[in-house]
Design a protein around this ligand. Structure first.
Ligand SMILES: *Cc1c(COP(=O)(O)O)cnc(C)c1O
Length: 386
């Protein structure tokens, strides 16, 4: 997926967002034009919208081994993450309430946990290994009588490490504790089965798998009663108020189906690109080291620290060459904050700031992969003054 208005652009930041599959665009279009009915209305015209939503719900449910009625559409991954943790704690009045999560979660989890702490909830942020793995034994040891939910992401958005969620889910199940996973980077990229993985609650987002922005879902296992986060009308069986984003949901369904049906071939291709990039960069540039796990890793994730450089500077220079990637720091109020994920895996602040994340997809071509590496190596040598 590297289409762009500028032909010279090479897009390799698919962990940030993906372009939509052309088929997704086509599937959505009628629901922005003639079939604009509100799916909650009773007349037959609106029935077309309601059926489209039901169809998308079914498609998505099938891709994760869920029932259609276990899927609740939201505005995206962030809302789903907030909903899962906030509502479970709200039901307990925010008291005698303990969450187990990790130091490497997406901000949508970390920030809602901080808010919940202010309301009286206790939170354990588990450390991870040098490769970004959460230790299931440590999860088990951290459980307290008042632990209500364990939230561990399925795959990390920065370093690509794939977590042992099935094992963690098993532990949660045995202890009678809810298990939530942020699967935003995983859906459509690696296989998911909510049954065998013992998942009770799961967040996903359409725009990370070739679907539109602004639509996501929370999977809620049947029998788990979760209170609404957005209050209002009785949409989504009274659990999530707000007129449904019909085109978005239709696009999500189409994207999930496409991404999952071509997962095997796409992931083999993308894994090849990933491993080619990693091996070229590590062998051709001294002072470079991989962030994340070498094999338990998302197919499309490359994250490398380059000694002696500022990732953000390299990123800007790559941008001038028409190449879109990410760096290991976030620009907040003019300052460069090193990534909390890279710090959690034991990187120093300088090492974290020297990281570049490159996330190719199956629509990228091998010549683009080599072009990006060539340019990056040139820039790094230039920045190092050699
Ligand atoms: C992108 C992302 C989110 C947020 O999803 P939005 O739909 O953009 O709100 C949450 N978690 C992870 C791991 C992500 O990569």
């Amino acid at each position: 997926m590297n289409r762009s208005s500028e032909n010279s652009t090479i897009y390799m930041d698919h962990a940030a967002t993906t372009p939509m599959y052309p088929e997704v665009n086509e599937a959505m279009f009628p629901y922005m034009e003639e079939m604009f009915g509100n799916p909650s209305a009773v007349y037959r015209f609106a029935g077309k919208s309601a059926r489209a939503v039901a169809d998308a719900r079914g498609k998505i449910a099938r891709t994760i081994g869920a029932l259609p009625e276990e899927i609740y559409f939201t505005s995206g991954g962030s809302e789903s993450d907030n909903w899962a943790l906030f509502s479970v704690c709200e039901e307990r009045g925010f008291k005698n309430c303990h969450i187990i999560t990790t130091q490497i979660e997406h901000h949508a989890i970390i920030e809602v946990c901080k808010r919940l702490e202010k309301l009286g909830v206790e939170v354990t942020y588990l450390p991870v290994s040098a490769e970004g793995l959460v230790d299931p034994a440590l999860v088990e040891k951290s459980i307290r009588p008042e632990t209500v939910i364990i939230s561990v992401m399925m795959a990390n958005n920065e370093i690509g490490t794939i977590e042992p969620v099935a094992e963690i889910g098993q532990i949660a199940r045995e202890k009678g504790i809810l298990f939530h996973t942020d699967a935003v980077q995983a859906l459509g990229h690696i296989p998911i089965d909510v049954g065998t993985m013992n998942i009770d609650l799961m967040s996903a987002s359409a725009h990370k798998l070739g679907g539109p922005k602004g639509v996501g879902l929370l999977y809620v296992r049947k029998g788990q009663n979760i209170t609404p986060f957005i209050s209002g009308g009785s949409q989504e069986r009274g659990k999530r108020a707000g007129t449904l984003n019909v085109p978005g949901i239709v696009g999500f369904g189409e994207a999930a189906l496409r991404a999952c049906s071509r997962m095997d071939t796409d992931s083999a291709e993308v894994t090849h690109m990933r491993d080619h990039m990693i091996s070229r960069l590590l062998t051709e540039l001294p002072g470079s080291s991989l962030n994340g796990h070498p094999t338990k890793r998302l197919p499309g994730n490359v994250n490398i620290s380059f000694e002696g450089i500022e990732g953000e500077t390299a990123l800007i220079m790559l941008d001038r060459a028409g190449i879109c990637v990410s760096s290991g720091s976030a620009c907040s109020s003019g300052a460069l904050d090193p990534s909390h994920v890279l710090l959690a895996i034991g990187r120093s602040r300088d090492e974290a700031r020297s990281a570049i994340r490159i996330t190719p997809a199956a629509s990228n071509r091998m010549y683009e992969v080599d072009a990006v590496i060539d340019k990056l190596e040139e820039i790094i040598r230039q920045l190092r003054g050699i």
